[in-house]
Write a protein of this length. Structure first.
Ligand SMILES: [Zn+2]
Ligand SMILES: [Zn+2]
Length: 247
């Protein structure tokens, strides 16, 4: 390639960068988009049904058939939290983005995810006193370097002005992988692995539990249960994505 051609390509890239800076790319597929502040994902991604919209369970926010208010699972197994809100469905590109946040240090996703979670909380008029990130075990934190739920909680704190009650719930026992377990197996696997460090602090206060993904609700429910036992006034839950239960 001659020098002139190389220069022209450089100029073209420079101009494209001016029109489409890197921070206005779709958070899932990196397509250039124009209205990042209102919608940080492209039309193609939106059309692949990644948004957790439509008719949803009033408790666990899972998508359900029109005309129903509660999913079968919440109807048969009441939860210890008031309500959960999740902006996305855990599938395809959402799943890759969350895995990147979890394992590959893709922290740049945190402010956008937190903003969308806060929008959902606001839509539902959810109010709370303290934010609690789902804790991870020290060993997991050492391996990963950070707790993705804590990053999300800190960002939600910035947006809402509500404090993070860090270390109020701690995870002191490593649990087996939960992937193949159902709700009651998960709950059993988790019970006794989380602990509340200050029971008196909880009484009469309301909390927002923050996680990256909700699948069976076992993890968030275990923490909600601890808070309710200590007489918390209310417990709400938010996660980036709702993973629909396998039938
Ligand atoms: Zn996209
Ligand atoms: Zn439900």
């Amino acid at each position: 390639m001659n020098k002139f051609k190389k220069l022209m390509i450089k100029i073209k890239d420079f101009i494209l960068d001016l029109i489409f800076p890197n921070d206005i790319k779709c958070i899932f597929c990196e397509t250039d988009i124009l209205d990042f502040d209102n919608k940080p994902y492209c039309e193609k991604c939106e059309k692949s049904h990644i948004l957790n919209d439509g008719n949803r369970c009033i408790f666990c926010d899972v998508q359900i058939l029109e005309g129903n208010t509660v999913c079968d699972f919440c109807a048969s197994t009441p939860k210890d939290f008031e309500k959960a809100v999740c902006p996305f469905v855990y599938k395809s590109q959402v799943r890759s983005a969350i895995l990147n946040l979890k394992e590959n240090n893709a922290r740049w996703l945190v402010p956008t995810f937190a903003k969308l979670m806060c929008e959902r909380l606001k839509e539902e008029n959810i109010d709370f006193d303290y934010i609690i990130p789902i804790p991870i075990h020290e060993k997991t934190k050492k391996r990963r370097g950070y707790n993705q739920s804590k990053l999300l909680a800190d960002e939600i704190a910035k947006i809402t002005g509500k404090p993070v009650a860090d270390n109020l719930i701690i995870k002191f026992k490593l649990t087996k992988s939960q992937k193949e377990l159902n709700f009651s197996e998960r709950q059993k696997n988790l019970e006794g692995s989380f602990s509340l460090t200050d029971k008196n602090f909880v009484k009469g206060k309301s909390f927002l539990i923050v996680d990256d993904v909700i699948t069976t609700c076992a993890t968030v429910n275990t923490c909600a249960k601890l808070l309710k036992k200590a007489k918390a006034k209310s417990v709400f839950v938010t996660a980036v994505a709702r993973n629909p239960l396998k039938k």
